[in-house]
Every structure is written in structure tokens, then in C-alpha cells.
Write a protein that binds this ligand. Structure first.
Ligand SMILES: [Ca+2]
Ligand SMILES: [Ca+2]
Ligand SMILES: [Ca+2]
Length: 428
């Protein structure tokens, strides 16, 4: 898996957003929309992240023959500029929960450099000493005060990389790599804990020179994660995570020897450090990576591989890994004829908005957004109000449960059952 094409992503996942938010938002029907591109009409857009309520999407679009960092505010595109005059080559990788802080990578005229954008000002974040070829932000805390990424000394490969952190406006500093003298670490995301945070990403082990999933705890100590039962060349990374009720849920990918032998990668979820495979899409080679997770931990999105190449996936516990394109068509009747949804890069903290990019029916690269309609009785998120949801409601009968108490009167009972039965069948 190539670092520069697959791992420059992020999501401001995590935070204390409650699952009940899912009941509060959403329009009258679930929609898929290509994002409006730059007004000059040239296409080549990608979306990389989305704010907590789905109102701000960030990524890049094409300006003439150049690419520039962009945000879409309620669907309208706005260019963010670059760190120097001349060629625009910037990309926005992440946005804070409130949509006000955006970060990514630009070009300062001499080197690639990480930036932070707020109130219409793009600020360069500096280059780590010894890593003067590039710095980039891959992820941020929910409030935008902690930014993480990596730096390169020279042209990649990642064996020359250092994991970077910018904390509360301090100068860039390096996160501890594996203590073997072999560089090659990258910080991918920040998981907010109660009053604290951890940084997730990957490091290198001298034994294999492959990338290894890890996180840096609140004291900066690196914690190596276990891979899925694997082949002879283990490799893995953590991309994002969230904390739910004391459980630390991290997502990314891990190699596995379970199917297809060597170099298989599956989307992976670690719960309190224990890895579980989320799998890959059927067809093609075996290669998948999780890119984001919502605050409740219910929805994971990312990239899988099918017979036609890279395709976006959505994963939920009740339905497992699904091809996003075919699932949207089958579940919501959305016509995606001619589209290839290559990558689902972000899910909003409230779980109601997905963003990514793909190839549109005209053959152009295009950012897109999926907005789910409110369907509060679909407790398991499979797109249908059905028997599994009914069982869950019955199981909570008489209990105080934020999810199954649909009318919010403090208990799960007959009024909630009536709401559930009234919305029986496919979600809008
Ligand atoms: Ca596959
Ligand atoms: Ca359901
Ligand atoms: Ca109730």
C-alpha cells in the first residue's frame, strides 16, 4: 500500500457526540450529489473530510491546470488558496467539528508545507528540522487545536518519514518512533478522550520495514497494536478512531493471511486494542482500508477493491462491509449509473453525511456527498426498519435507552413501538 496515495486522509472523528444525534438531523429523503466544482467548469475534485453536522466539506478542486484546497459550505465551493503565489497545489485534508478550522498541505514555493486555515487566513505550520522536503497535516482533534501528520526528509518512500504533531499553536514536534533507528512513522488522526487525546497512525519495525499500526497515548508513549492473524509480511495502520462509553475504537487496515495469501489487507477495527477484520469487498484483489468512523462508532467508511478496482465501502455491524454504490442503489433507490465511487473518505461525527470522490458518468474525477434522511427507528443502520430493530426495541422495553426511546419520554414503551411500526419498511 503506497503511503502517498492511500494515507493522506483524515477525519476529525471522535468526541463526545452522542448517538442520539442521528435522530435529530436529516432531510426527507437520502440523497447522493456530486459536489459543485470550481466555477471555471473544470472538474477534478476530491472531498477528504466533513464537519460534525455535514455543513462544511473540505478537499480540493481544479483551478485551470492547477489543483487547489477547497471547502464546500452548504454545497457552494470556495477556494482556500495556497502558501505562495504562482502554482496552486494545495489540498485540504481535514476540518474541525464546527467547520471553522481546516488543515492540509500546500506549497510554499520551495517545499511542501502543512497549513492551518481559519477565518480566511492560511497559516504555514513549518517543517521539522531534518525533514525539510515536506510536512502535511493528516488529521486533527475535534476542536482543531491539535493537528497531526508527517514529514519527509526527501522524496518518499515513507521509510524517510517522521510523525508530526502541532499542539495548541506550538511549533511542530516529532512523535516517538519505534526505538530501532529506523524512521518511517506517520500520524493519521487524533482521538479525543475526556479532556485528553491520543494520536493514531503507524510506525516501522526494524524486523520487517513494514508499517505497523500504533497510537501515541496522552503521555506520548507509543503503543503498538496487534495485527490480524497474518501472512509473512505484516503491515497495518490506524487512520481514525473514537471513544464510546470507555471503549477505544480505532479503524484502519491490517494484513491478514486468512484469504489470498500474502499481502492481503483488510479493513480493520481495534476495540480496546483487539483487532477485528471488517473485510474487503468481493472481487478483485484483497485490499481495503478504513478512512473514517463516526462519533458513535456505528459507521465506518473507506476504500475496498472489486473487479473494477477501488470502490468505496460502508460498514455497519448489522450489515457488514457493503459496496457503497450498490448498497445506495438497492437500499435507497438512488440511480448511480455510470458512476464509480472510488473512495469514501469521511463520515460526519453525527453519522448522517458521507463524503468521498470517484469518477462521474462523464469520466471526470468528482467529489460527492451522501446525506441520509432521518430514520430514527432503524436502530442498526441497515437502511430498513425491520424485525432486528423491533427486537432491539422489545429488548429495551421499560428501560431508559436514548436509542429506542423514540419519543424521548424517558422510557421505551408502547408509544415508541407505534412510531417504529409506523415507519416499517425501507428508510427514506
Ligand atoms: Ca476484493
Ligand atoms: Ca434496521
Ligand atoms: Ca418512549
Amino acid at each position: 500500500m503506497r503511503m502517498n496515495s492511500r494515507i493522506w486522509s483524515c477525519g476529525a472523528g471522535g468526541g463526545a457526540f452522542a448517538a442520539l444525534a442521528a435522530a435529530a438531523f436529516g432531510g426527507s429523503s437520502t440523497t447522493f450529489e456530486p459536489l459543485a466544482d470550481h466555477p471555471d467548469g473544470r472538474l477534478a475534485s476530491r472531498a477528504w473530510d466533513v464537519s460534525a453536522d455535514g455543513s462544511v466539506i473540505v478537499g480540493r478542486f481544479k483551478l485551470g491546470d492547477e489543483l487547489g484546497a477547497a471547502m464546500w459550505v452548504n454545497g457552494s465551493p470556495v477556494g482556500l488558496g495556497d502558501l505562495s503565489a504562482g502554482m496552486e497545489m494545495s489540498t485540504a485534508h481535514c476540518v474541525s467539528d464546527d467547520g471553522n478550522v481546516i488543515a492540509g498541505i500546500g506549497h510554499n514555493g520551495a517545499a511542501w508545507e502543512a497549513f492551518r486555515w481559519q477565518s480566511n487566513v492560511m497559516t504555514p505550520l513549518g517543517l521539522l528540522s531534518g525533514y525539510s522536503w515536506l510536512s502535511t497535516v493528516n488529521g486533527m482533534s475535534a476542536d482543531g487545536n491539535v493537528l497531526v501528520g508527517h514529514g519527509y526528509a526527501t522524496t518518499p518512500p515513507i521509510t524517510d518519514a517522521a510523525a508530526l504533531v502541532w499542539e495548541d499553536g506550538d511549533p511542530v514536534s516529532e512523535l516517538l518512533d519505534f526505538p530501532d533507528g529506523v524512521q518511517g512513522a506517520s500520524a493519521q488522526g487524533v482521538v479525543d478522550l475526556d479532556g485528553d487525546y491520543i494520536v493514531v497512525g503507524l510506525g516501522r519495525t526494524v524486523a520487517s520495514l513494514t508499517q505497523q499500526a500504533c497510537y501515541w497515548d496522552s503521555s506520548g508513549t507509543r503503543v503498538q497494536l496487534t495485527n490480524l492473524p497474518g501472512d509473512g509480511s505484516p503491515h497495518s495502520a490506524v487512520i481514525e478512531g473514537t471513544e464510546v462509553g470507555g471503549e477505544l475504537i480505532l479503524v484502519g487496515y491490517s494484513s491478514s493471511g486468512a484469504v489470498n495469501g500474502t499481502n492481503r489487507s483488510e479493513a480493520c477495527r481495534w476495540i480496546n486494542g483487539v483487532p477485528q477484520s471488517l473485510g474487503d469487498l468481493p472481487g478483485g484483489i484483497a485490499n481495503a482500508n478504513s478512512y473514517d468512523i463516526d462519533a458513535s462508532g456505528r459507521t465506518v467508511v473507506g476504500i475496498g477493491t472489486t473487479a473494477i478496482g477501488n470502490e468505496a465501502f460502508i460498514w455497519r455491524e448489522s450489515m457488514g462491509i457493503q459496496n457503497l454504490r450498490t448498497w445506495l442503489e438497492a437500499t435507497y433507490g438512488i440511480d448511480l449509473t455510470g458512476w464509480v465511487l472510488q473512495n469514501a473518505t469521511g463520515v460526519s461525527a453525527d453519522g448522517m453525511t458521507l463524503v468521498g470522490y470517484g469518477i462521474d458518468p462523464m469520466g471526470d474525477e468528482r467529489a460527492w456527498v451522501v446525506r441520509f434522511a432521518s430514520c430514527p427507528a432503524d436502530f442498526d443502520g441497515d437502511g430498513v426498519v425491520g424485525s432486528a430493530d423491533l427486537s432491539q426495541l422489545i429488548g429495551q422495553w421499560g428501560a431508559m435507552d436514548d436509542v429506542t426511546d423514540l419519543d424521548g419520554d424517558g422510557t421505551t414503551g408502547s408509544s415508541d413501538l407505534a412510531i417504529l411500526l409506523g415507519s416499517w419498511g425501507s428508510c427514506p
